[in-house]
Write a protein that binds this ligand. Structure first.
Ligand code: FES
Length: 565
């Protein structure tokens, strides 16, 4: 197989001419013919002024380049789509698959022998892993790392758990606008990803557990010198991978490493978004992410990592407490430590050499967990025949068994129009239902599942209610929120048939979500249902025509690895 600059030549029907041209353009970039002999490492940069979470990406890319050069490789930095949660309309999830396609296209069309994937903000690492698995090029993930926690009036603040908490206090009239604005200055105090156990920290932790990063790379703060050293070491390792052509992503992403990821996702009380991303990542390797097995694992896995929103600390504390390898050590009897990583070490090999120190308050021992078990549960029932998810560790325990009348919002617009209406017929007993916000319905399945508490109730001090939707929820959010209801309403799922006043029963212990309406009535309602109109053109049309449901990862059907391949 051709390597380095001789690989993937532009097709003119004369390879020597193609190489002649390429060498000429390289000279224009200041390289000489010696470059032809070196292995090439691509450095995928997601730097963008629209992505403040990745503000350090250019510096990281340069540190990676130094590592590559010192190990005898040649480094090329190149851009891909960059997605930041609050800058991507209508939701970054709509564009995750486009970014994954972009990553795959660049990896399969540019002359490189290995690649460093710089990512971090929620959808970026999943998209990079999806693209890298489809390209199956030796790949190493470099998370940009988490922000430092903010400091405010003797306490600490973290994006975006405290953004939500403070906003809810403000909506409920318990926090003045002046105080809200003062706290605002400290919510995102540095570059880096959200520093609670949101989707970014979750996916970085999972990438490390799947073996796609160097040890410690998930949690070192974005603005630390250690992060820069990890970047340099990542470059050195990537140059070695470019020489040997191994390990490939398909060697790391296995049934066993996915099972390890399930244990860790439960033990960190991670973002429910990881369920969707893991299903998509697994699909790119021709594997299933088994939600039933994930639920079983959750029943016996304690939450050990004491980070917000389920706990009290921040990502920098997780790192100082020992980081992900310290967590593996705590869970050594529940993980398969023989799985391999990009460094060619096994998880067990890393655990054996990792410093013994652990901060027991942040990474709790098995006999003193943050939550005994069941961080995330998978529900079924006649309202969610294809499944639904609930983050029990962020829910109000008394509400996880609840029966109440439905109050239905048909869309995000309907929700925005009515939720603060003082005449809204709502009580704390109601189950708030939001539909047509799934993969097809929104489209893109926005993080709208944690519906705001209606203002008239928030002002009376109501902080949580049962909320049910086909949307997702930010990993930084909290509440008794049933998500990812499958099939979604826009695909004709039973959620489309719910009417105001219908009784809904949530029984999380029994893993049930049921609509207490008889089958004949539901059949009559179904006859009157019609699917929503599709977008008429462009990427959104491609999206709704090909996106899978949440339980399968919301990937495009034509990108999942075909069994014959
Ligand atoms: Fe980028 Fe939270 S918005 S990680």
């Amino acid at each position: 197989m051709k390597r380095g600059l001789r690989s993937r030549l532009a097709q003119y029907g004369d390879d020597e001419f193609s190489l002649f041209l390429r060498r000429g353009f390289l000279k224009a970039a200041g390289h000489d013919d010696e470059a032809l002999t070196r292995p090439i490492v691509g450095i995928l940069s997601t730097a963008s002024d629209f992505n403040p979470c990745h503000g350090t990406a250019p510096k990281l890319a340069e540190a990676v380049r130094q590592g590559v050069l010192s190990a005898g490789g040649l480094a090329f930095v190149f851009p891909t789509i960059s997605l930041q949660e609050s800058f991507a309309f209508p939701t970054s999830m709509l564009w995750r698959n486009l970014m994954a396609m972009d990553v795959e296209a660049m990896l399969t069309s540019l002359p490189m022998d290995s690649v460093v994937l710089i990512g971090g903000c929620d959808k970026t690492i999943p998209a990079e892993l999806m693209g890298a698995l489809s390209a199956d090029m030796p790949s190493i993930v470099l998370p940009v790392g988490p922000m430092l926690a903010g400091r405010f009036e003797g306490g600490r603040l973290g994006a975006c758990t405290d953004c939500r908490r403070l906003w809810a206090e403000f909506r409920g009239g318990r926090l003045s606008e002046t105080d809200l604005n003062r706290a605002h200055e400290q919510l995102m105090p540095t570059s880096g990803t959200c520093m609670v156990m949101g989707t970014a920290t979750t996916m970085a932790t999972i990438a490390e557990t799947l073996g796609f990063t160097l040890a410690g790379a998930a949690t070192a703060p974005a603005v630390s010198a250690e992060r820069m050293r990890i970047a340099t070491a990542t470059g050195r390792r990537a140059a070695e991978m470019a020489k040997t052509g191994t390990p490939r992503p398909s060697e790391l992403l296995t049934k066993t490493s996915l099972r390890n990821a399930s244990v860790i996702l439960q033990a960190i009380s991670g973002s429910t978004n990881a369920l969707v991303h893991l299903a998509a990542i697994a699909g790119r390797a021709g594997l299933d992410f088994d939600l039933a097995a994930f639920d079983r694992i959750g029943r016996e896995t304690p939450v050990l990592v004491n980070l917000k929103p389920a706990g009290a600390y921040f990502a920098e504390d997780f790192h100082a407490a020992g980081g992900v390898p310290a967590l593996w050590r705590r869970l050594k009897d529940r993980l398969d430590l023989a799985t391999k990583t990009v460094s060619n070490e096994t998880l067990g090999g890393i655990v054996a050499r990792w410093p013994a120190y652990v901060d027991d308050e942040v990474i709790r021992p098995l006999n003193r967990p943050v939550v005994a078990s069941e961080a995330i549960a998978i529900l079924s029932g006649n309202l969610a025949p294809g499944g639904a998810a609930i983050k029990l560790s962020a829910a109000t325990k008394e509400l996880t068994t609840h029966e109440g009348p439905a109050l239905v919002f048909d869309s995000l617009e309907d929700l925005a129009r009515r939720i603060d209406d003082s005449t809204l017929p709502v009580t704390p007993d109601h189950c708030l239902v939001l539909r047509n916000v799934g993969p097809i319905g929104a489209p893109g399945m926005p993080e709208a599942g944690a519906l705001p508490i209606p203002k008239k109730l928030a002002e009376k001090g109501v902080k949580d209610m049962v909320r049910i939707s086909d949307a997702r929820m930010s990993g930084t959010a909290f509440g008794t929120v049933v998500l990812h209801v499958t099939p979604e309403a826009a695909a004709g799922g039973p959620l489309a048939l719910v009417k105001d006043g219908d009784r809904i029963r949530l029984d999380a212990k029994a893993r049930r979500l049921d609509l207490l309406v008889d089958d004949a009535e539901l059949a009559a309602r179904r006859k009157l249902w019609s699917p929503p109109k599709k977008p008429v053109r462009g990427y959104e049309r491609l999206y709704v025509d090909h996106v899978s449901q949440a339980n399968l990862g919301c990937d495009f059907d034509f990108l999942v690895k075909h069994p014959a391949l």
